[in-house]
Ligand binder design. Structure first.
Ligand SMILES: [Ca+2]
Ligand SMILES: [Ca+2]
Length: 92
């Protein structure tokens, strides 16, 4: 696989691993989403000032309002963070 294909496969694997924890196997409940953020994006959680900000982030991610994060909603988060990091690196 190419590097980008590998990156996409990892993205799917990470999501599936955490989504399988409880409830539906193809979506993240709030608890699953929090675990994913804690384990995979600790820097983002550190950047959030408090618990309320984390809650708001999770709520904002849930575009269709079903209280779960599906893969497309998760990808929006990753894409947004990737853009933010890329902008920062590009400016250096
Ligand atoms: Ca689940
Ligand atoms: Ca949702």
């Amino acid at each position: 696989m190419t590097q980008l294909e590998t990156a996409m496969a990892i993205l799917m694997k990470v999501f599936d691993t955490y989504a399988a924890g409880e409830g539906k196997p193809d979506t993240l409940t709030k608890a699953e989403a929090k675990t994913l953020l804690q384990k995979e994006l600790p820097g983002l959680l550190k950047a959030a000032k408090n618990q309320a900000e984390v809650e708001k982030l999770l709520k904002d991610l849930d575009f269709n309002g079903d209280s779960e994060i599906d893969f497309s909603e998760f990808v929006v988060l990753v894409a947004g963070l990737t853009c933010a990091c890329h902008d920062r690196l590009a400016k250096k």
